[in-house]
Design a protein around this ligand. Structure first.
Ligand SMILES: [Zn+2]
Length: 117
């Protein structure tokens, strides 16, 4: 998929992929230690054991225009390209603006599904 994007002049940067349950716990503990409430944290980060990143099929993708995994990634050319093309490679946007998971819009988070292409 990265090569196909490059042919269209789009640079896709894989920023985060596989993440263990232990790593997920560390991420959440760090946010709690920084004073965030568990409720607000869980709107952005799945509870340990529930993240698609544990499967190894999820990818957080950035572009040189925006590498911060922020909502404004949806305004980049890379996101527009992913919207049009990622499905051909079996990748789906897990958390669109309105989703049944109660997770905030994550334009950077794409997950590969067998047979989705
Ligand atoms: Zn993600």
């Amino acid at each position: 998929m990265r090569a196909a994007a490059a042919q269209d002049g789009i640079v896709l940067l894989p920023l985060s992929g596989f993440r263990s349950v232990a790593r997920q716990t560390v991420l959440i503990r760090a946010k709690l230690a920084a004073g965030q409430s568990l409720e607000s944290i869980l709107q952005l980060v799945a509870a340990p054991g529930f993240s698609e990143h544990h499967t190894g099929y999820a990818l957080d993708i950035g572009s040189p225009e925006d590498m911060r995994l922020a909502e404004k990634f949806d305004r980049t050319a890379a996101f527009r390209w992913l919207r049009r093309q990622a499905g051909k490679f079996g990748f789906r946007l897990t958390f669109p603006r309105v989703n049944p998971h109660g997770i905030a819009f994550e334009p950077w988070h794409w997950c590969w599904h067998a047979g989705a292409a």
